[in-house]
Design a protein around this ligand. Sequence first.
Ligand SMILES: *Cc1c(COP(=O)(O)O)cnc(C)c1O
Length: 372
Amino acid sequence: MGRPANATIDLDALRHNYRVAQQLSGNGQAIAVVKADAYGHGAIACATALADIASGFAVACIEEALELRAAGIRQPVLLLEGFYDAVELNNIDEYQLDIVIHHQYQVDALLSYTFKNPIRVWLKMDSGMGRVGFAPEVYRSVWEQVNSHQSVRDIVLMTHFACADEVENAHARHQLETFNEHTMGLPGDRSLCNSAALVALSEARGQWNRPGLLLYGVSPFPESCNVLPELKPVMELSSAIISIKEVPAGSSVGYGSQWIASRPTRLGVVAMGYADGYPRHAANGTPVLINGHKVPLVGRVSMDMLTVDLTGVTDVKIGDRSVLWGKGLSINEVAEGANTIPYQLLCNLNRVPVHYNEELERALSNSDSLAV
Ligand SMILES: *Cc1c(COP(=O)(O)O)cnc(C)c1O
């Protein structure tokens, strides 16, 4: 059997969450964001599981896109940063990928390239994210340039929010106004929403929405803000108790002897550490779910193990399953304990074997025959 640490991925939950995103999108479409190996869930597995219901997929780079095409994904695939180098245009053309254009060097490369197939461009405005995209003032003239290329089939008007997860923050509304003002009268579909905006900023919903995190059943809002009770967590990170012992008051636990028992303590050790992606910076008190009890993490997280306080919990024994996040323990709670965001925890998953529910494993074993 070996080490009990595992990540299990529930593809039915993924499909359920996609349908939630599709409902939130109203008459628009939800393009499933599966960049960074689907936020640690496995891009091929997730895209394959969504292939018959998703309107398209979005990834960060050509490598991720080609992986999806090789796995037989035929829906639109969008490169969220477009191309980094003009040589990518050969593959973009051949595999008919959608591209974001966010900078003049990309426009220049596009205009001097002869495509075999029509291409859809997503033209990005920097409406206040302050990262990539064209300034609102030049957006219209760039649109004209891109539109002059005879292979450009259509141009999706696009922007990205900086603060959509802060529901009270007015910045997202300002961005929306800026975007609307500077795209007024331009033809084409619109795409603004990430997960948080899709939920919290209904006026921003467009023909194409770009949910990522919420597909994986994780709220883009802090734990206190439970706006999406219908989401189902897709990943469960679990392991087992490998040691239980009673230690007297005054005993120190773990590296740096940073935690000291203030009373006689029943100490449990779970086979899970930062080499698996569990955050080393998780504070004392960060919850771990064992036999339905939320028990507090104590002491520093090590590479392969972490320690919990089982005092007062009588029905726990060696080998009992321990859930680090998943059903019954929101990853947002762990992120809060580690002073980070659930995105980072999911993407940092490492070393643990990843298992999929059966239906998914079957689909994947057939996927060779779908390769392009
Ligand atoms: C990653 C990304 C998204 C998805 O964001 P979530 O917060 O995970 O929903 C949407 N749009 C762009 C441009 C992105 O880079």
